[in-house]
Design a protein around this ligand. Sequence first.
Ligand code: SAM
Length: 219
Amino acid sequence: MNQDSSFSFPQDAFRRFDETPDAEFYQQPRFVTHIDDAAIAAVTQLYREYFPANSTLLDLMSSWVSHLPAEVLYQRVVGLGMNEKELRANPRLAEYVVQDLNQQPQLPFAHNTFDGAAICVSIDYLTQPVTVLRELARVMQPNAPLVITFSNRCFPSKAVAAWHALDDRGHVALVQQYLEAAGQWQPIELLDRSPAPRRSDPLFAVVGRVNKPEPTQVE
Ligand SMILES: C[S@@+](CC[C@H](N)C(=O)[O-])C[C@H]1O[C@@H](n2cnc3c(N)ncnc32)[C@H](O)[C@@H]1O
């Protein structure tokens, strides 16, 4: 039984071909991009639409690039990922945390810290996605957007079995189910932002907003 006890996936849904610690796989920095330029532009455009200027953002499962629009200034962007060299080289991050979310899914941030969050081409590597999404709802402000993007590429040995079992439409439905199982995510939008012409990498997004009460004001 995995820790997402309310989530009715088979036990094997979150197994991976490579069950060695993620720290070993991500030990070497990879200064590459994981989707092509047109798909990255689609990610950047989503961020332009959903993340207001001057907001405080979390780039979860981050690397040396965050794909945020160059012309927009944010109050503070925090990254969390697996490789220290990549995170240190990321020019958009004001601070970063190295943490294995598959070993420690609790996020090291206070309640209501962030005005928005992104997970780019990485949700397929989470073995406890519902716990992580509950944590995101805790650390984000009411109504803040979470933009989850993905394409049709992955590190096959580290993607969970459920991801391998599904096609593009199935991936969108799976991520929607993760958010619904986590609770506190409403509304949830399902988007196909694949660039035209279709020669480039496809790009899908699931965007949820945190549906929780506003924090009570202390006089
Ligand atoms: C395909 S890369 C995507 C990086 C970046 N988001 C981007 O858009 O280029 C996958 C990222 O997920 C992160 N990641 C993978 N497994 C992780 C884990 N167990 N805990 C935290 N981050 C993880 C890695 O650090 C890596 O940067």
